[in-house]
Design a protein around this ligand. Structure first.
Ligand code: DGY
Length: 321
């Protein structure tokens, strides 16, 4: 019998055509709506491979029903939605999609930084709503980006790609990371500093840190209080690295000047969430890696990893060892 693959979100036929030649492929037929948990559980029971997206919780309980499951290929570089320890214990490979999305996610991070600083979204709404009466000296005046200080928390590949963009804007680049990055220091001129020193000095505090037990709520009330009152917080990594209640208070009380958020503690964030009521917040629906080319590339890597593992080969991008 052919091995079975379950895909948790509708993907273009062209991307999975080659899988269909060799395997039984079943797919949840909606792009927008997540597969219900009961459907996922019953599909995992029969599956040899699972292709997941970042919003699918792959828990120990789910893995326990996958008696034939050999691989979970997650369409993301981050894998905090997966219990990797449980997968490893059960002998299940976990794969992700690094590298292909680095530059695209850095582009979006910088776009969000610029949009938040220069109030681009507000200005667009203002113009379209017919509110523009005349040129005026401080109409929608924002914050400069060029020659300001950016502090990048989490200097992985995406962090470095953001730093390269910042260099082009003549910015002073600070970073904080578990390990020093001598090449980024030499090539981009990024300066390593402690977390406290970074948050105190930066005009733009950018979170690029993965979500782990150590990074959960690393941006809390105390941290927002230590930021400049003109600082802008940008988060394109994972929502839960920031305590959203504390972030709301800091923005409301004008302890910081603004926030650009592509990720939230609970996704999708609901329209009545207090953060979305604030004018100094620019909010996006987790689209960091969302260019057509990059999303196609991410699917391709997932497909390749599944094919390799089901054929007894080593995957391209393995999370657990
Ligand atoms: C990732 O790759 O981790 C993104 O957040 C999903 O687009």
């Amino acid at each position: 019998m052919k091995p079975s693959i379950y895909i948790t979100r509708k993907l273009p036929d062209v991307c999975i055509a080659e899988l269909k030649e060799t395997f039984n492929v079943k797919m949840w037929e909606s792009e927008e709506i997540a597969v219900p948990q009961d459907v996922l559980f019953s599909e995992v029971e029969k599956a040899d491979a699972l292709l997941t997206v970042v919003s699918d919780p792959v828990t120990d309980e789910l893995l326990s029903v996958g008696r034939n499951l050999k691989v979970v290929a997650n369409m993301a570089v981050g894998y905090d939605n997966i219990d990797v320890e449980a997968a490893t214990r059960r002998g299940i490979y976990v794969c992700n999609t690094p590298d292909v999305l680095t530059e695209t996610t850095a582009d979006l991070t910088f776009a969000l930084l610029l949009a938040t600083a220069r109030r681009v979204v507000e200005a667009d709404q203002f113009t379209k709503e017919g509110k523009w009466q005349s040129w005026s000296p401080f109409l929608l005046a924002g914050h400069d980006v060029h020659h300001k200080t950016i502090g990048i928390c989490g200097m992985g590949k995406i962090g470095e790609a953001v730093a390269r963009r910042a260099k082009g804007f003549g910015m002073e680049i600070l970073y904080h990371n578990r390990t020093r990055k001598p090449e980024a220091e030499k090539e981009i001129g990024a300066k390593y500093c402690s977390f406290d020193s970074l948050i105190g000095q930066s005009d733009f505090v950018v979170s690029m840190a993965p979500l782990t037990n150590e990074t959960r709520h690393m941006f809390n009330a105390e941290v927002f209080q230590k930021m400049k009152s003109t600082a802008i917080f940008i988060n394109t990594s994972r929502g839960a690295v920031a305590d959203e209640g504390a972030l709301y208070e800091a923005l409301e009380q004008k302890e910081i000047a603004g926030a650009g958020l592509d990720v939230f503690e609970v996704e999708p964030i609901t329209a009545d969430h207090p953060l979305l009521k604030l004018q100094n917040v620019t909010a996006l629906p987790h689209i960091g890696s969302s260019s057509i080319d990059t999303r196609m590339g991410m699917i391709h890597i997932c497909v390749e990893n599944i094919k390799r593992i089901l054929s007894g080969e080593r995957p391209k991008t393995l999370v657990n060892t």
